[in-house]
Design a protein around this ligand. Sequence first.
Ligand code: ADP
Length: 427
Amino acid sequence: MFDRLSSLIVALTLLAIAAIFAALADGEALTIAIMALAGILALAVVHSARSAPLPAPRRDAAQPTDDAPPPPLLRHPGFLRWADQEKEPLLGTAEDRVIFANDAAVRLLGRHIVGTDIRMAIRHPAAAQDRARSGEEAPETISLADFPRPGQRWTMRAAALSGSERLIRLSDQSAIDAADRMRSDFVANASHELRTPLAAILGYVETLQEMDGPEMDGGDGDPTRRRFLSIIEREARRMQQLVIDLLSISRVEADRFRRPTTPVDLCAIVQATVAQLQGSGHPRAADIVPRLGSEAQPMIGDAAQLAQLAHNIIFNAMKYGRAGTPVTVELHRRGGRVRLSVSDEGDGIRPEHLPRLTERFYRVDEARSRSVGGTGLGLAIVKHISERHQGELTIESEVGKGTRVSVTFPLADRVPLDADQGMIDME
Ligand code: ADP
């Protein structure tokens, strides 16, 4: 109602009036009552007083007003100071032209990059495929293998800002890759070292089995000895397969960021793999039904790795499909892509397992995998080979019916080899 000063004045006035009435009043009790009532009223007035309103804050002349928009991020002095202290190279572009480079970017790429086109500043074919330029929402991380020097690898991530402006961050992955390489080199070396003693064990087991004579004919040795020898042989062969798969996966991992460069024909590779499996003497060899067509399927790839990919998925269909049912191997060309798919008729895989099948050593049924000679690495190898060839792996399965594993690769006449060269022509 009143502010503090006014309420004080009102209270004092009340007390003064009360004092006059008290002086005029007849009798002590009445005087006390008048003064007490006045005192209570004065206190109530003072208590209910509002504090004085604060003065309105003064607008700092230096502060930007609401109508003046702040400078764009890439020209904001605060941002530029912060960016220069960042350890990772940062580049700002407008219309794909570098308008800003922090100190780390200048050290990596040189001062001359400011003002040039970003594709000239980051001279790498993968940088030209940057999707953020085309205005897509989620910025993807692009891997720049052998950048800026052979053996090194950086990643690039771009964020679209307002208008045509973009902020690009480069990040050095060379140390992480070196640690990764040490790990896979160790696995490769250990596997390699295991091969020699394993070959010796298998050699001696076979010699001892031959000395005992063939099992079917009764042989000379005792049955327990023959049984033990056959267990040693089976386990040693399993270990040998594991060693081969471990070596393969570490080789494929080591090549992960090295794009293949050789033109190959996927149709011929799959044909050769099918022929090898058909002649392998495996009980399911006769169930393979190839539908590959006669057309060449040109792509850029590593022939040995593509053969291994085809082998692993066809062999899985042979291992996990029902005996006597077809294992269909197909090649389909659609647009600029070719799809290799292998279908089997078997127990199928429950949907909750599908996303984990390409993890190393993941098996739906470990006992079953072991009994058919599986190592749990086959699909992990397939995934790595597929990624290296820009392939797309899909696994579809229906419980009780069967499974189809497909890998779709870009055909060579659509594979961009170099940003300047555009597409290569295989014809
Ligand atoms: P493994 O050496 O055990 O076969 P993989 O990595 O090739 O290992 O496959 C992982 C698991 O996926 C297998 O153990 C099996 O449970 C399942 N799997 C793979 N292919 C098929 C298939 N065609 N049908 C049913 N299950 C499959």
